[in-house]
Design a protein around this ligand. Structure first.
Ligand SMILES: [Zn+2]
Length: 444
């Protein structure tokens, strides 16, 4: 394992490595990972044997396309076969030092394990996130989270430790107490979901707490797409008077993508630690640059809990030209565009939840919203329920309907609801609800 571990140290130059060398590095890491896990990891030993693929057959990265995909349902099943941790474990349980659990928004919660080595690796992936956002040892990073099984903030804390920044724990408190702590301890960076950043801003407004009195210059967001939805990002940046950066990761995979200092409207995949592929979710074939597809990830530095060709369920679009920051890492335009399950196709038009949110956020009078996918005359239809504060609710409603039509080339129905009737989100927003389930082909 020393060989894999030796290749893990964070170095900013790696982000600008010529692509040929980068791909050679990925291949070396992948070969080494496969040799290490086969025979030790029951899940992948069986899976790859059943598929008739062997690490010795992997001579180039192109050969990876012969390896089978890994679905989340398989990992959940592997867990049920040998509870509580399952068969995707390369070492005995005593070798692991961390256990986390997915939020389980789609199906059963999945437990993931990390050894001390792979936890160091998580932290080094977070160094890329902090480096892209310009966060350094001089910063004070506020983490508004409690002692739960959700991995994201734990990894942010480990990354903070590795860069030598001061980490301020803000768990177990209410939003106003957290704002006061940020002010008193002069926090400069906050890591949270976009929904929670907006919630904190709302609390500040209600409590007459001046957000601009804080020293926060940077917010780092993950958990949902907001930080790359232009209007949501603009709203967060304006209310906080700070720059907001996007980051994407998943418990099963690692902290795989980050936004760079130029903020060109998307995220880079950390290709020194992950191999990214973008596929047509139905056919399983690779899509061309510029086309929307499902992000498939192989992690290279987590031998204790590897995932090979893992279907993330996230829709992305690879930008065809490189980013002017100089990084050679692939660039996903618009970040994560949404979950495959949330995409709807209406009269041939593909609609992503992020596109709808981007339009709605232009209307500052809309305080809360929910998108319902319904059936109307056997066709999918979008109904958008909104809560509006202030007067002129009816005018906001008709304007929004019109703007959505122009932006999406699609007729939607916008309806007004009484204030306080729509779900109110603290951590992650779930704005999209499907009432047409029986009619929908399950992607993948
Ligand atoms: Zn860049």
């Amino acid at each position: 394992m020393e060989k894999v571990a030796a290749l893990q140290a964070f170095h900013p130059d790696i982000e600008k490595m010529p692509r040929e060398r980068l791909r050679a590095l990925q291949l070396t890491k992948l070969q080494s990972l496969l040799q290490h896990i086969l025979g030790r990891n029951r899940f992948y030993t069986k899976k790859l044997k059943d598929a008739g693929v062997f690490p010795t057959k992997l001579r180039s990265l192109e050969d990876l396309s012969r390896f089978p995909f890994t679905q989340k349902t398989e990992l959940v099943q592997a867990q049920e076969e040998d509870p509580p941790f399952g068969t995707n474990a390369t070492y005995p349980a005593s070798e692991y030092t961390r256990v986390h659990q997915t939020s389980g928004t789609t199906g059963s919660p999945l437990r993931v394990l990390d050894t001390q080595q792979s936890w160091d690796w998580w932290g080094s992936c977070w160094r890329h996130v902090y480096h892209g956002a310009g966060v350094t040892a001089a910063d004070r990073i506020f983490l508004p989270f409690s002692f739960g099984p959700f991995i994201g903030f734990w990894a942010a804390a480990e990354g903070a430790r590795q860069i030598g920044a001061m980490m301020i724990p803000g768990g177990g408190w209410d939003s106003l107490q957290r704002l006061r702590m940020m002010r008193d301890l002069e926090a400069t960076v906050v890591c949270c979901t976009p929904t929670y950043a907006l919630r904190l801003a709302e609390v500040a407004r209600e409590e007459k707490f001046d957000l601009h009195s804080l020293r926060v210059h940077t917010l780092i967001h993950a958990g949902e797409p907001g930080a790359n939805i232009a209007e949501t990002k603009a709203k967060i940046e304006a209310t906080w008077g700070a720059k907001c950066f996007d980051h994407a990761g998943a418990s099963e995979v690692g902290a795989h993508s980050f936004e760079c200092e130029l903020q060109p409207g998307g995220i880079h995949v950390n290709e020194s630690e992950f191999i990214a592929e973008v596929i047509d979710p139905r056919a399983g074939r690779k899509v061309s640059a510029g086309e929307v597809g499902e992000l498939v990830i192989t992690n290279l530095g987590r031998p204790g809990y590897p995932v090979i060709r893992y279907r993330t369920g996230d829709l992305v679009r690879v930008h065809s030209s490189p980013c002017s920051c100089g990084r050679t890492f692939v660039f996903l335009q618009g970040g994560l565009l949404g979950r495959i399950d949330d995409m709807v196709t209406i009269r041939g038009v593909n609609v992503y939840p992020t596109a709808i949110e981007n339009v709605i956020r232009k209307f500052s009078a809309v305080s809360e919203f929910q998108v319902l996918v319904t059936l109307r005359n056997e066709m999918q239809h979008l109904e958008i329920q909104i809560e509006v504060h202030g007067d002129n609710a009816e005018r906001v409603r008709t304007e929004l309907e019109k703007t959505l039509y122009h932006a999406l080339s699609l007729r939607t129905t916008v309806t007004l609801t009484e204030p306080g009737t729509l779900p109110h989100y603290e951590l992650k927003a779930r704005h999209f609800r499907r009432l047409d389930k029986t009619r929908t082909d399950k992607a993948g």
